[in-house]
Design a protein around this ligand. Structure first.
Ligand code: GAL
Length: 461
């Protein structure tokens, strides 16, 4: 039996759009997922988060359930448009009250809240008015929203995460167009990521200067798969390293090293926006812990061509900028998301982070697996696969800690079954994404087009 220290943080995680429902009540404004999920072909089966787990209404019983499960830490996100329906300016008191009640209830049940400010549900108004994360103004709006949250909840919330997985927002939202806001472009991921990073820096600065008396901690959560060199060939080793720097270094280097990775700057030239000295100052050292979401591993192989093969949906995405070919070992088990189960990949990733970023305190803010329940002959759920997955990944954590990695917490994704973005609520084989035509428009054109969809669907607010 492997032992973790007494003070190791164990928790579960969720996000607002995936569980809250109540998309158009309580004074909430529309967000990009409210609209995106209603567009033809964007989610499996046309599923939306309109109702989801109805956590907005059922939070009390959900918190009781957490307490019964023995959960001591709970990571959730705040819906920006529930707090500020237009993304900036007026505050929605009903939204504030909801999160106050949730936080109070968690604390009353001995559960420590870990709050993410942005888990992908940008207020629609900011998409329409400013083209979302492409616009530096949105970084300022985020800082304003963050200030409201620190001010309203910071007396009780001592663990903040600014952003969840900016890589996903940038690549899937602005590169491949499979997540909101559905943009397809080779350049926009770098622009969106740049503003997300700036917004993180601004929010952290506000927290540290204006709310120091709250004595909490703040960080960012990045996601990264492990990339294992396919062969011992130096070219493949360099390819794996390059892939990791394009994945995680993109977001973590500015925070831990003061600038984007050199390999990205060399490869991308002007396509990668430059961080100004002011940005660098705000970003450097701007995370009190290294938030990490990790799900899977792939092999990396040097490729001499820009790699369209791994580029799931046409031109968007940064895969074609890396000259890396990805693959998996067919013998690896896969979850229902088709993600390979490779516990040693997590150990290697933790050790890579430890080395590259000078032994930061790491907290795994998400890890987990999607599988149907396994029901045994007596009709009892016996999730052997899930148990094996968690055992394997926790074993990898433990091994990394024995090798010196400073890992202090683990949050299992997820507390409950929920709306899994473009995959909807259940695994449906052979799902296809359609309707891409609309997404190749300029930001202004898509704003107008979105406006039209909103009108046609009677979902104006
Ligand atoms: C993460 C994301 C979560 C959830 C999870 C997989 O990328 O932060 O919201 O989608 O993957 O279930």
């Amino acid at each position: 039996m492997k032992q973790f220290s007494e003070d190791f943080i164990w928790g579960t995680a969720t996000s607002s759009y995936q569980i809250e429902g109540a998309w158009n009540v309580g004074g909430k404004g529309l967000n990009i997922w409210d609209v995106f999920s209603k567009l033809n072909g964007k989610t499996a089966g046309g599923d939306t988060g309109d109702r989801a787990c109805d956590h907005y209404h059922l939070y009390e019983q959900d918190v009781k359930m957490m307490a019964e499960l023995g959960i001591k830490a709970y990571r959730f996100s705040i819906s920006w448009s529930r707090i500020m329906p237009n993304g900036y300016g007026a505050i929605n008191e009903e939204g504030i009250a909801f999160y106050n009640n949730l936080i109070d209830s968690l604390i009353a049940h001995g559960i420590t809240p870990w709050v993410t400010l942005y888990h992908w549900d940008l207020p629609m108004a900011l998409q329409m008015e400013f083209d979302g994360w492409l616009n530096p103004k949105v970084a300022d709006s985020f800082a304003e929203y963050a200030r409201v949250c620190f001010d309203q909840f910071g007396d009780r919330v001592k663990h903040w995460i600014t952003h969840n997985e900016p890589w996903v927002v940038s690549i899937l939202g602005y590169g491949q167009g499979v997540f909101a806001p559905g943009r397809i472009s080779s350049d926009e991921p770098y622009l969106a990521a740049h503003q997300i990073l700036r917004s993180h820096g601004k929010a952290v600065n506000i927290y540290r200067t204006e709310f120091a008396h709250q004595a909490g901690r703040i960080g960012i959560t990045n996601n990264c798969d492990w990339r294992e060199p396919l062969t011992n060939d130096e070219d493949d080793k360099r390819a794996a390293q390059r892939a990791l720097e394009f994945f995680l270094g993109w977001f973590a280097d500015p925070i831990y090293k003061g600038d984007y990775p050199k390999v990205m700057k060399d490869q991308l030239g002007d396509r990668l926006p430059a961080l100004t000295n002011e940005d660098k100052e705000l970003l450097y050292g701007s995370s009190d812990f290294f938030g990490l979401n990790h799900y899977t591993t792939m092999f990396a192989q040097h490729s001499t061509e820009s790699n369209q093969e791994n580029n799931v949906k046409g031109n968007g995405g940064i895969f074609e900028d890396q000259y890396v070919k990805l693959s998996v070992d067919p013998s690896w088990a896969k979850t229902s998301m088709d993600w390979a189960v490779v516990p040693w990949g997590l150990q290697k990733l933790l050790e890579w982070i430890h080395e590259r970023y000078n032994a930061p305190e790491i907290i795994i803010t998400e890890n987990g697996c999607a599988w149907d329940d396994q029901i045994d002959a007596n009709g009892v759920v016996n999730d052997e696969q899930r148990v094996a997955f968690i055992k394997g990944y926790l074993g990898a954590c433990h091994q990394a800690m024995e090798n010196g990695v400073n890992l202090s917490g683990y949050f299992l994704w997820s507390l409950m079954d929920n709306f899994e973005w473009a995959s909807g609520y259940e695994k449906r084989f052979g799902m296809t994404y359609v309707d891409f035509e609309t997404l190749k428009r300029t930001p202004k054109q898509s704003a107008l087009w979105y406006a039209n969809v909103i009108k046609q669907n009677g979902i104006d607010s």
